[in-house]
Design a protein around this ligand. Structure first.
Ligand SMILES: Nc1ncnc2c1ncn2[C@@H]1O[C@H](COP(=O)(O)OP(=O)(O)OP(=O)(O)O)[C@@H](O)[C@H]1O
Ligand SMILES: [Mg+2]
Length: 298
């Protein structure tokens, strides 16, 4: 491995308008090989458009998308990329097996059909017609088309949206296997717990821009949402000026301090002798997400 191996994904100042809507707004994103990245953001944040730009399905108005140092079309043609669109993408009137054989035929070194069927948990569906699948089944078949070529980069737009709890668990089991083989994985999701659990890195989009980028722990910290609370007696307004504190609220006889640096806040409380029934509650990713995207909307 040389140090100048190109990233799996590199978007540089990519912008895409649809009429007056700026769907992607000067977005820069580099994903090194082997990373699993979650793309999070509310409806309309630009996740699918970003994915379409990096797959070369849409041309950016300005900026550039590069995959493994190549134009997206070239990377796709070389079989380096497998993608699962948010919807559609399945040809009607063929069976699952026929569809997968066709897609596999476009790659140089595809996985054996049985491996793919097992990976997507669709062994029972191999002879089913593609246009007679349920929503969740169709989604699993779309996933199979994304991985059947054994690509280095797997891009999945809301891969678990229509899956039930059990199917979702199985899906992530399969994805962990692929990540373990060193595949680069980019997936969009509305399920914050999926980003939290399964991604090395979380990129939060809002209005076509990156609002946060880091591990889920870093994003929670960046949102400054750890809550430190103590029982209040007497005059407590001074607590708002403690290190790290961004917001203060009185509730149920307690002072709740929202802190960007809960260690510093707790230490200062202790020094002031103001620690009574101390409670420290870290933000969950959902709180962080709401705070970050709300800030973006303000
Ligand atoms: N083909 C299109 N024509 C016009 N506007 C579009 C088109 N595709 C996307 N948009 C607009 O661009 C913005 C970003 O859409 P995009 O589909 O990328 O969002 P998203 O983050 O994938 O949302 P969701 O979570 O709902 O899938 C939205 O305002 C959307 O209405
Ligand atoms: Mg989308």
């Amino acid at each position: 491995m040389t140090t100048n191996t190109p990233d799996a994904v590199s978007l540089t100042s990519a912008t895409k308008h649809f009429g007056r809507v700026r769907a992607v707004d000067g977005l820069t994103l580099a994903i090194p090989r082997g990373q699993t990245v979650a793309l999070l953001g509310p409806n309309g944040a630009g996740k699918s458009t970003t994915i379409a730009l990096l797959l070369g399905l849409l041309a950016p108005d300005s900026g550039r998308a590069v995959l493994f140092g190549l134009d997206p079309e070239q990377a796709v043609r070389r079989g380096l990329v497998g993608a699962m669109p948010q919807e559609g993408g399945l040809v009607p009137r063929v069976t699952v097996r026929e569809l997968l054989a066709f897609v596999a035929g476009t790659y140089a070194a595809p996985l054996p059909l049985d491996r793919v069927l097992a990976l997507a948990r669709i062994e029972d569906l191999r002879d089913r017609r593609v246009d007679r699948l349920s929503g969740g089944q169709a989604q699993r078949v779309r996933f199979a088309t994304a991985v059947c070529g054994d690509p280095d980069l797997i891009v999945l737009d809301e891969p678990t949206a229509a899956l039930d709890v059990e199917a979702r668990r199985e899906f992530w089991h399969g994805m962990r296997g692929l990540a373990g083989q060193g595949k680069t994985i980019l997936f969009s999701t509305h399920y914050l717990e999926e980003a939290d659990e399964h991604a090395d890195r979380v990129v939060v989009l809002g209005h076509g821009r990156v609002v946060a980028d880091g591990t889920s722990a870093e994003i929670k910290r960046a949102a400054a949402l750890t809550t430190v609370s103590v029982t209040a007696d007497g005059e407590s307004a001074w607590l708002a000026a403690l290190p790290g504190v961004r917001h203060m609220e009185f509730k149920g006889g307690r002072v709740h301090l929202r802190s960007a640096d809960s260690d510093a806040t707790v230490m200062a409380l202790a020094r002031a002798g103001a620690v009574r029934e101390l409670e420290v509650v870290p933000a969950d990713l959902e709180d962080a997400f709401v705070a970050l995207t709300a800030k973006e909307n303000a």
